[in-house]
Ligand binder design. Sequence first.
Ligand SMILES: Nc1ncnc2c1ncn2[C@@H]1O[C@H](COP(=O)(O)OP(=O)(O)OP(=O)(O)O)[C@@H](O)[C@H]1O
Ligand SMILES: Nc1nc2c(c(=O)[nH]1)N=C(CO)CN2
Length: 182
Amino acid sequence: MTHPYAIDADTLSGMKPLRKVVFALGANLGDRLDNLQSALDELSNTPDVIVVDVSPVYETEAIGGPEDNPDFLNAVVVAETTQPPRTLIERAHAIESAYGRNREEPNGPRTLDVDVIVVGNVRQETDPTLPHPRAHQRAFVLVPWAAVDPLGEIPGHGRIVELLEDMDASGVRKTDLTLEVE
Ligand SMILES: Nc1ncnc2c1ncn2[C@@H]1O[C@H](COP(=O)(O)OP(=O)(O)OP(=O)(O)O)[C@@H](O)[C@H]1O
Ligand SMILES: Nc1nc2c(c(=O)[nH]1)N=C(CO)CN2
């Protein structure tokens, strides 16, 4: 006899995994806080993306880029999603474009950067590269992330609090600025 709550094979095969996704937001041009808030609003309004936590906002010394690269505001958004990585990166790019991002200069000043840091345990080399290939070296990503998700891990690199122990995070300063979840 079939169990009354049995799930048939077709239903099971159509189910998408629910995974944690971590986005890193950065801005060092224009109204930086407003740009981060807009990115959060757009992520919250993405189908099948449920925002779970938003970090405080940090002011951070620019890493790389021109010598006079202005300080960034950085924050991290933790969400749950059934969307695949490809859809998430397309959404991230669309949000960057909508808020005036141009990609003229590598590491150059930008109104808005939305990076996909991890999607569950996915490890892949195809766009988006997951985990983000430089996130494990970036205090401006790990400090905000650890503030809201101290048990967070980067597949292949380990726990973020341990990665931070070996890192100079002196250029990453917490501000009183906050982002509001709609
Ligand atoms: N996990 C990822 N998150 C964001 N972009 C990614 C990721 N993996 C690959 N990319 C690709 O990297 C390319 C460059 O991205 P972008 O212009 O945001 O780089 P950047 O912000 O200047 O530097 P960085 O990648 O070091 O943050 C884009 O084409 C993007 O699709
Ligand atoms: N402080 C800081 N430095 C950076 C950042 C950033 O978001 N914050 N993003 C970069 C490329 O994505 C390069 N350098």
